[in-house]
Structures are given as structure tokens and as C-alpha cells.
Design a protein around this ligand. Structure first.
Ligand code: NAD
Ligand code: MG
Length: 381
């Protein structure tokens, strides 16, 4: 049986990944989470991993006592999470949210495991480091994000990536699509957390509302598929049925479709290049009737173009955009800033980023710390 480790196993993607892995009969090597003691204890009892870790050290001490009878070794802190990532599973699915996933991704690559990547922030902040480490180790990075899985699936059979003309990322538009600036200035957290098509963790749900998620995905596509930023277009597709498209040099366009359900891309990343039956329901096109496509409003949702500008400039600019967004997104969720302040903070920090090329992981982590501190000081006085 293939061996799998799931990082961020208690989250929205993590729990669905475990559901898929159970159906496919994977053996679970390691499970990690941030602080959810009870959820991780339940998973340890069900999946019996060799290793488990909580990033929160105090909570890890509690978990250790609770699962003493199981034979699972409990580790703690970011080092514990990295040790779990490096436990030489065949595949490590990283569904940690945010920059906290970066060191674990690198640890899993170092151990030679294949990476099933949901943690897009890792590629946005350090795309150069992550992709070159994977190349050096001969490790594949398989996309879990639905759009990137769709692109990856649409690229099967493409012998030469120079035949790709354009990648078209679809975007649902989030809960605030069609609002004007005045309405956007008054939206609440509760409204931002109501995504029309997907049920996801809070951070990515807010990113979908600001459309920062699509900006992050643009950068993710550049690193995963080796295209230039100008080759990535974005189209609003409210129904989330066409998950993304590839346009080839002959203007033929290949897309992947399916009902919006993350268990399809998760399973494909875990079983690639094979396909198996899945619990996801069939796509019945007559039921949908009409699929619509339109342009995003880049003025009302400036995060997309901030990300496009950042990846065009390269270096640490994308890392700055990502870190500023993580801090601003968190402050919005804490009710400390308004919805439109998020893009303002992301823009200000991205403009100020140091123009460094050939950055190291320490540069990325230090920049992250500085930006978070600056934003928290600016807002929470
Ligand atoms: P979530 O908030 O539901 O789960 C996050 C997981 O990460 C949890 O297990 C949590 O314990 C763990 N975690 C949080 N902070 C941590 C830390 N500091 N150290 C270690 N572990 C930590 O999030 P999610 O919606 O499952 O998203 C996870 C990732 O997948 C994100 O990068 C997101 O952008 C991406 N993604 C999610 C979806 C989706 O449908 N939810 C779709 C595409 C991509
Ligand atoms: Mg996505």
C-alpha cells in the first residue's frame, strides 16, 4: 500500500484527503495540525500513524498523554511538523494553511517524497526555492488546488510545454461579485465567510472574497507549469464547473469539468496517473443548464493585479504580497480592519518589498516576520 503523510490533517482539505486515502487504502505515516488536540486524537485512533505533531507545543504535550496507549509518537512545534514531513512517506500531502507550510514542504522534498500540494502560499512565497529543490531531488509536485489540478489534467498528453499558448484560470468571483465600491466598503466578516460554491477554511474563504486567492493562484500556476505571468488569464465563471482551461498554439482549448468537490483533485494528486471511482457525484450538464464566463473587475478587486505585478517583478515581491495578505486577512477575521483595508495593506507592503534576487529561505522568513510586525503595529496600537 502506498504510504501517505497528511500535514494540516484536521482542516478542510486534510479531512477530505484522509477520507480519500481511506477509500483507496493508503497507509498513513504521519499526521500534523496546529492546535486541534481532539480532532488529531480522533485521527490518530482511526489511522494509527507512526508519527503525529502539533505545532502548538503546549497542546502537543496534552496530546502526548491522551494517545499514550496508541503507539503513535507525538512531536511538537514546527520542528516536529518538519520531522513528520520528512518521515519518508511515498507522498506528503501538504494542506497546512499559510507560510507555516514552507519548511515542512522543503523537509518532505528533502526526504524524497512526492508532494501533493494544497498549501499554495508555499509556492507563492518561495516558488524558486521549492521548485528548484524538487527538481534537484527529482521529486514531483502534484497540484491539489482545483484550478491547478484542472490545468495539470488538461496538460496530460502535452509533449512540449512550448505548445501552451495560455492558461485560463476560472474564478467563482466569491460572495461579493457584482457589488460596487460603496457596498464593498460595508461588507461584514459573516458575509465574506459565505462562499457561494465551496466550503473551505476561513483564510482561503476570505481570500476568495477579496480575490487575492486568484492572485495567489496566478503565481502558483507560473511556478507549477513554467509559464510566464502574461500567459495566465483569469475569467469569472460563477458556477465553478469548468475548473480551468489550457489554450494550445493551434487555439484548441482543453478544460477539465466536474461538480465543485475537492475530493476529485485530491484523489487525482494521490493516485496520478491513475483514476479510480470516487464518491463525488457525476456532472449532469442539463442540471446546470447554463455556464457563464465574464471578465473580473480589476479595479474593485485589485489583489489580482497586485499579485500579477509581484510575480512579474519576481524575487521577494510575491513573498511580500503573500505575507501582507496573511496578516491583513487575519486582522479582518479578528474584526480589526475593514474588508477594503486588506488590499490596501497588501499593496503598500508589496510596493516596499526589497528587490532581491537569489533569495534564501531565511530571507523569506525574515521578510514575513517584518511585514507581520509592521502591519500589526500599524493596525493594533
Ligand atoms: P483549514 O484552515 O481548514 O486547515 C488548515 C490546517 O492547517 C489545519 O489542520 C490546521 O491545524 C493546520 N495549521 C494551521 N496553522 C498551522 C501552523 N502554524 N502550523 C502547522 N499547522 C497549521 O484550511 P484549508 O481550507 O484546508 O486550506 C489548507 C490549504 O489548502 C491552504 O493553503 C488553502 O489555500 C489550500 N486550498 C484549500 C482549498 C479548500 O477547499 N479548502 C482549496 C484549494 C486550496
Ligand atoms: Mg483554487
Amino acid at each position: 500500500m502506498p504510504k501517505l503523510s497528511v500535514l494540516g490533517s484536521t482542516g478542510s482539505i486534510g479531512t477530505q484527503a484522509l477520507e480519500v486515502s481511506k477509500l483507496r487504502g493508503f497507509e498513513i505515516c504521519a499526521l500534523t495540525a496546529n492546535s486541534s488536540v481532539e480532532a488529531l486524537e480522533r485521527q490518530i485512533r482511526e489511522y494509527r500513524p507512526r508519527l503525529a505533531a502539533l505545532a502548538d507545543e503546549k497542546k502537543a504535550a496534552g496530546l502526548k498523554i491522551r494517545v499514550k496507549d496508541t503507539g503513535t509518537r507525538v512531536l511538537s512545534g514546527i520542528d516536529g511538523v518538519c520531522e513528520c514531513a520528512g518521515c519518508e512517506a511515498d507522498t506528503v500531502l501538504n494542506s497546512i494553511v499559510g507560510m507555516a507550510g514552507l519548511r515542512p514542504t522543503l523537509a518532505a522534498i528533502e526526504a524524497g517524497s512526492e508532494i501533493a500540494l494544497a498549501n499554495k502560499e508555499t509556492l507563492v512565497a518561495a516558488g524558486e526555492l521549492v521548485t528548484s529543490a524538487a527538481k534537484e531531488k527529482g521529486v514531483r509536485i502534484l497540484p491539489v488546488d482545483s484550478e491547478h489540478s484542472a490545468i495539470f489534467q488538461s496538460l496530460q498528453g502535452c509533449a512540449d510545454h512550448s505548445e501552451i499558448k495560455r492558461i485560463i484560470l476560472t474564478a467563482s468571483g466569491g460572495p461579493f461579485f457584482g457589488m460596487n465600491g460603496d457596498e464593498l466598503s460595508r461588507v461584514t466578516l459573516a458575509q465574506a465567510l459565505k462562499h457561494p460554491n465551496w466550503s473551505m477554511g476561513a483564510k482561503i474563504t476570505v481570500d476568495s472574497a477579496t480575490m487575492m486567492n486568484k492572485g495567489l493562484e496566478l503565481i502558483e500556476a507560473v511556478w507549477l507549469f513554467g509559464v510566464s505571468p502574461s500567459q495566465v488569464d483569469i475569467v469569472i465563471h460563477r458556477q465553478s464547473v469548468v475548473h480551468s482551461l489550457v489554450e494550445y498554439s493551434d487555439n484548441s482549448v482543453i478544460a477539465q469539468l466536474g461538480v465543485p468537490d475537492m475530493r476529485i483533485p485530491i484523489q487525482y494528486a494521490l493516485t496520478y496517473p491513475h483514476r479510480y471511482p470516487s464518491p463525488v457525484r457525476q456532472l449532469n450538464l442539463e442540471e446546470w443548464g447554463k455556464l457563464t464566463f465574464e471578465s473580473p473587475d480589476y479595479d474593485l478587486f485589485p489583489c489580482i493585479n497586485i499579485c500579477r505585478g509581484a510575480i512579474e517583478k519576481g524575487g521577494l515581491y510575491p513573498a511580500a504580497a503573500n505575507s501582507a495578505n496573511e496578516a491583513a486577512n487575519e486582522l479582518f477575521r479578528q474584526g480589526k480592519i475593514g474588508f477594503l483595508d486588506i488590499a490596501g495593506l497588501v499593496e503598500a507592503e508589496t510596493e516596499q518589498a526589497p528587490a532581491v534576487s537569489g533569495y534564501t529561505i531565511d530571507d523569506v522568513l525574515l521578510l514575513d516576520e517584518c511585514i507581520r510586525r509592521r502591519i500589526f503595529n500599524k493596525v493594533v496600537r
